[in-house]
Design a protein around this ligand. Structure first.
Ligand code: GLA
Ligand code: GLA
Length: 664
């Protein structure tokens, strides 16, 4: 951390609260709507809005010509209405004059195609011309609004890397070479790391190195992995460039940017980025997968731990349908509150939406908002207003950190990126799905688990699940060994421990780095064709993957076998700890009984009464216990300790949330 973590800049002495609001885009509306907006925001209980995210074109209509008058007026109006502002630096989408003058800021895809203007985020993170123009605007914004009393935080750009995570342009190539020189020092080290003896790829000069552009067949895997690491670093570097200008000019205003911890892990290593912002902010949208609510909880949980257990800011989610999924379904009654309060349970001290007033024009006119097209006399606005009241009631929760669980699911961006590269035993493997399956199994058993980045200290956890921990460098190998020898219970899965940080296989039988710790030996991977499944002798069903594995240590117990009698799930016991291995994809239903057994052996129990397990998610923030109804039926809470701060202490509505205060 460059500075100690901070929260919003507020008036001295103001009591802590859960912030509430949305992205606000007043430039899409005539002036007379603005007063009405502020009035309706007060009705809804809005305390903060994110402003000017896509305003560059309005603020700097021509190069060096600024028009801040309208934004001055909006800032003043919001302040007069008691509404704070998370002010964007306005650099998210460059205006047409800039891309017309400097087409070299436009990103290039891996096939060499230009990403043209006409949408948004069409800029290269490594473009010197983009950076020069963007940072000039950041200086203008900081100079003009740094002292404005409405200003609570700076919002750098927007969802960095949402559309421009990968850029294969010449600027990217030049920056990639600089990054590689820093990483490897000598060309010989790069040649060794990239395994360039293979397919005649030896480099004799740095200038020969390119991003992994469209190639005849599989590009070098280490080059691909390094390019992903570089791409994450390039955007982080850009974030830091804006942040440094803001810290120089307005040191008392905290800086954030909205992460996208949702669904599949992106090529942006947020566990690494988190140290660069004053507080973590995240955007989350529910996706219609088989267990959408589990995914929301998983992402909120991970965000809370990326934030180091401290409160974080939910910068965007939706009041109802979005516009960018294949089929955009509205939320059911109760879902708006449950989604919001699940984020709060996992540490969010702010609940915001995209966006305040639904647009009449543009690509997001069918995306829900706090004020829908139907206006304030609508179910959505009534729910929004109720949520505002609920969050006011939950003010005592603000500031409370997450209370760690006794079990954890590890998340490793490197493994997620590397395990899903091409030229592997199967291209069907999905890192995040396996991690989520384990998390669902925890939820089904009613056992709390933290979703934590791999660099988190493990010793506080009795049991750690490390799904598809594919990349295990020597230091991580030693950490995991120390964890198990120190009494920890480690559980890992197929395609773990195979490679080092350069994506080179560890020598000998699989899973190289973890072979001895697990006491197993795998000669060949045997992934399953689509539709094939294997039935284990405990009745569970595996898909996707199997291993040709044997036990290599007398201390290993086989917990489940394949039909031919070969081991499928193993556990090696140590003096106090253990190391278990699951060689196939069991899915949440197959994992739950197995995990239940592993938890029992590790001495970890559910904190919920038996009748609530699986039906309710329990999340704890200090004195506050959140009970989230995962089902569409009411749930009886009688006998659960604590006084209700929200909801009833006796009963949860379908999809409802109860917040109880007091000792467990
Ligand atoms: C992202 C963006 C917003 C908006 C929403 C729509 O989160 O940051 O500007 O486009 O998606 O879901
Ligand atoms: C072809 C090539 C080999 C090798 C194999 C792999 O036969 O000539 O170099 O790549 O495919 O199947």
């Amino acid at each position: 951390m460059t500075t100690s973590p901070r929260w919003l800049r507020t008036a001295p002495g103001r009591t802590p609260r859960i912030e509430y609001g949305a992205d606000y885009n007043p430039e899409q509306w005539p002036r007379d709507v603005w007063d009405d907006d502020v009035r309706a925001m007060r009705t809804a209980g809005v305390t903060i809005v994110s402003l000017a995210i896509f305003s560059w074109g309005r603020l700097e209509p021509a190069e060096g010509e600024y028009d801040f008058g309208w934004l001055d007026e909006v800032m003043d109006l919001l302040h007069a209405g008691g509404i704070a502002v998370d002010l964007a630096t306005a650099t998210a989408s460059p205006p047409p004059w800039l891309t017309a003058k400097h087409p070299e800021i436009l990103p290039v895809d891996h096939e060499g195609r230009t990403i043209w203007p006409g949408s948004r985020q069409h800029w290269r993170p490594t473009s010197p011309a983009f950076r020069e123009h963007a940072l000039r605007l950041v200086r203008q914004m900081a100079g003009r609004y740094g002292d404005h009393p409405a200003l609570a935080a700076w919002h750098v750009s927007n969802e960095l890397g949402c559309h421009n995570a990968y850029d294969y342009s010449d600027d990217a190539a030049a920056a990639f070479r600089v990054w590689l020189r820093r990483r490897y020092g000598e060309l010989a080290a790069l040649n060794a790391a990239w395994g360039t003896a293979f397919w005649s790829q030896h480099y004799s000069d740095w200038s020969q190195i390119l991003p992994p552009r469209r190639a005849a067949t599989h590009p070098n895997p280490t080059q691909q992995l390094d390019f992903t690491r570089f791409s994450s670093d390039a955007l982080k570097d850009y974030l830091c460039a804006e942040r440094d200008v803001l810290r120089e000019l307005t040191p008392d205003v905290p800086v954030t940017t909205n992460f996208m911890i949702m669904g599949r892990l992106r090529p942006l290593d947020y566990a690494d980025w988190a140290a660069e912002v004053d507080f973590v902010a995240n955007d989350h949208y529910v996706q219609r997968t088989s267990r959408p609510f589990d995914e929301l909880s998983f992402s909120a949980n991970l965000t809370g731990n990326v934030a180091g257990g401290r409160p974080w800011f939910l910068m965007e989610h939706s009041t109802s349908a979005v516009n960018w999924q294949p089929i955009n379904v509205p939320k059911k009654p109760g879902e708006l509150e449950r989604d919001s309060l699940t984020h709060v349970a996992h540490g969010a001290d702010a609940v915001c939406f995209f966006q305040w007033r639904q647009s009449r024009a543009g690509a997001e006119k069918y995306h829900s908002a706090m004020v829908p097209h139907a206006g304030e006399d609508s179910a959505v606005f009534r729910r929004v207003t109720e949520l505002g009241e609920t969050l006011r009631r939950l003010a005592p929760v603000a500031g409370a950190g997450r209370t760690p669980a006794r079990a954890a699911v590890l998340v490793d961006w490197d493994s997620a990126w590397a395990a899903e590269l091409d030229s592997h035993p199967t291209n069907r493997l999905r890192y995040q799905q396996e991690a989520l399956d384990w998390y669902s199994a925890f939820l089904d058993l009613g056992v709390r688990a933290d979703v934590v980045p791999v660099r988190t200290g493990l010793s506080r956890y009795d049991l750690v699940v490390a799904p598809i921990l594919y990349v295990v460098p020597e230091a991580l190998r030693r950490r995991l060994e120390a964890y198990v020898r120190g009494g920890g219970h480690l559980v890992t899965t197929y395609f773990s421990g195979n490679v080092d940080e350069h994506d080179h296989l560890w020598p000998g039988a699989h899973p190289g780095a973890l072979r001895d710790l697990l006491g197993i030996r795998i000669e060949e991977f045997a992934p399953l064709p689509d539709g094939d499944q294997v039935v284990l002798d405990n009745g569970s069903v595996g898909t996707l993957w199997t291993d040709m594995m044997e036990v290599a240590d007398a201390g290993v117990e086989v917990l489940a076998r394949y039909a031919d009698g070969s081991p499928a799930v193993t556990r090696k016991a140590y003096t106090a700890g253990s190391a278990a291995y699951v060689s196939t994809r069991l899915g949440p239903d197959g994992l739950a009984p197995l995990l239940g057994d592993l938890l029992r052996r590790a001495g970890v129990e559910s904190e919920l009464p038996p009748g609530l397990r699986g039906r309710v998610e329990l999340v704890v923030r200090g004195d506050f216990r959140f009970y989230v109804n995962r089902t569409d039926e009411p749930v009886d809470l009688t006998g659960v300790p604590g006084e209700a701060l929200h909801g009833s202490a006796e009963r949860l509505e379908p999809r409802g949330v109860g917040v109880l205060r007091g000792p467990a």
